[in-house]
Write a protein that binds this ligand. Structure first.
Ligand code: SAH
Ligand code: DHB
Ligand code: MG
Length: 223
């Protein structure tokens, strides 16, 4: 068995016992595939981790940057109370349309709003609305903009909020200080901003699994 087959087998085992996809999550992935969206949603165990973190956080207001077909959105929104709110920002109108259907089928359309457009345009518009601070921000869009998304997340959160950044390892490329790849540079700036920012305390964790070797960063807003 290759290393990655082993990671798949372990993810399958954990998924079967701890985080099986129900009909709505399965249908969200099926319809995303059918519409030719890329297969880059978080894995089932990662999706359940997002839900658990949002639950632990007692999140009432969640911001997601990068919706894709709404798989992670559905997991996060399931942590919300009946009067909670999740805003998810998505660049691609086709992705947003597929996600909107998937979210409605999951019965979450009252809680979730998908906003279409480049997140760096949607974020200032959102800030202009003076929303209640977001208790959790999940950053999972174009990685080159991670430092900008982190800046906006700081503006839109308050003490105790949790910021999660997906895909911070990318098969170890994050460790290459000389990389000229915009995604690596963007993610390195975000990691270094977490480390040096007076309002943030964070960490990053490497993962293996059905989506290969990657990882995520967690940062708690201190003040
Ligand atoms: N969070 C999803 C996966 C998101 S994939 C999940 O785990 O289920 C990344 C998404 O970010 C893609 O749908 C892509 O279209 C979107 N994206 C890329 N650049 C963006 C931008 N500038 N603004 C908003 N969304 C963007
Ligand atoms: C890519 C983006 C993601 O958000 C992810 O989880 C995996 C891969 C990508 O752009 O390749
Ligand atoms: Mg991701």
């Amino acid at each position: 068995m290759s290393e990655s087959q082993l990671w798949d087998a372990v993810d399958d085992y954990f998924t079967a016992h701890l985080s099986p996809d129900d009909e709505a999550l399965e249908a969200a992935l099926r319809d995303s595939d059918a519409a030719d969206l890329p297969s880059i949603a978080v894995t089932a165990p990662q999706g359940k981790l997002l839900q658990l973190l949002a639950e632990i956080q007692g999140a009432r207001h969640i911001l997601e940057i990068g919706t894709l077909g709404g798989y992670s959105t559905i997991r996060l929104a399931r942590a919300l109370p009946a009067d909670g709110r999740l805003i998810s920002l998505e660049y691609d109108p086709k992705h947003a349309e597929v996600a909107t259907r998937n979210i409605a089928r999951a019965g979450l359309d009252k809680l979730v709003e998908v906003r279409v457009g480049p997140a760096l345009e949607s974020l200032p518009q959102l800030a202009d609305e003076n929303p209640a601070p977001f208790d959790l921000v999940f950053i999972d869009a174009d990685k080159a903009n991670n430092p900008h998304y982190l800046e906006w997340a700081l503006k839109l959160t308050s003490a105790g909020s949790l910021i999660i950044i997906d895909n911070v390892v990318r098969e170890g490329r994050i460790a290459d200080a000389d990389s000229t790849a915009p995604d690596v540079q963007g993610t390195r700036s975000a990691i270094e901003m977490i480390g040096s920012h007076p309002r943030l305390s964070g960490t990053a964790i490497q993962t293996v699994g059905a989506k290969g070797y990657d990882g995520f960063a967690l940062a708690r807003v201190l003040a």
